[in-house]
Design a binder for this molecule. Structure first.
Ligand SMILES: C[S@@+](CC[C@H](N)C(=O)[O-])C[C@H]1O[C@@H](n2cnc3c(N)ncnc32)[C@H](O)[C@@H]1O
Length: 208
């Protein structure tokens, strides 16, 4: 994959050919892997507060909403193109009007509008590669999580074959080390799931 498409995979720009192509690639397959990642989540909190970093086309977002009935859901998505698509979705629009769901164009490194210790789950599928520098994002994730909360980062091996100047974080051991340095008490690479293009690995960290 060329650097220009890799850049658009990090955050597709509206009105560009490469941005359109990146959106098509990320929207293909109905998000089977990110929806699977939601299906294995263990979240035993009633009406949780959830933050999703980089929801893209929103497959996992819809799945988390129907599985967990969150009382509050923050979607942090820097791509105007993806935010526009999410805000026009009829089901999501209703939740935005009810103030359950809010979509933010902020970079996930500064989520000052989310209080300390207020979030039960942070979910970020196919996103960690792009977070630069990773320690800043992880500190912010740690700040907003409640004690007992978890952050789940889905990753794909194929990211290691991408342009490493854009896919910055593709060594999973280093990612887990960074999670521990940020304060997370546990940081684990779970068993790989699915096969072929949908194959992914969950990296899960918890705050005690
Ligand atoms: C490869 S896509 C993954 C989309 C979706 N999670 C999925 O698995 O299909 C990466 C997403 O993360 C978003 N993103 C990248 N860096 C971000 C950042 N620093 N803050 C918020 N969103 C970010 C991009 O705009 C894009 O939607």
């Amino acid at each position: 994959m060329g650097a220009s498409l890799a850049k658009q995979m990090r955050s597709p720009e509206p009105g560009t050919c490469m941005g359109w192509m990146a959106q098509k690639i990320m929207s293909s397959g109905s998000g089977v892997d990110s929806v699977d990642a939601v299906s294995v989540l263990k979240l035993e909190v009633e009406a949780p507060t959830i933050v999703e970093l980089g929801p893209g086309a929103g497959y996992a977002m819809r799945s988390m909403i129907s599985s967990f009935s969150p009382s509050r859901f923050y979607g942090i998505e820097i791509s105007d193109a993806f935010r526009k698509g999410l805000s026009e979705d009829a089901e999501l629009k209703e939740l935005i009007e009810k103030k359950v769901l809010s979509l933010h164009g902020d970079d996930a490194k500064d989520l000052g509008f989310i209080p300390d210790n207020s979030v039960d789950l942070i979910f970020a599928h196919n996103v960690i590669y792009f977070l630069d520098p990773l320690d800043v994002y992880l500190k912010e994730a740690y700040r907003i999580l409640k004690p007992g909360g978890q952050a789940v980062f889905g990753v794909k091996q194929v990211a290691q074959a991408m342009d490493q100047s854009i896919y910055i974080n593709t060594d999973w051991d280093v990612c887990l080390e960074e999670m521990k340095k940020a304060g997370f008490e546990t940081a684990e690479q779970k068993e790989p799931r699915l096969e072929g293009a949908a194959a992914y690995i969950p990296l899960v960290c918890t705050k005690k």
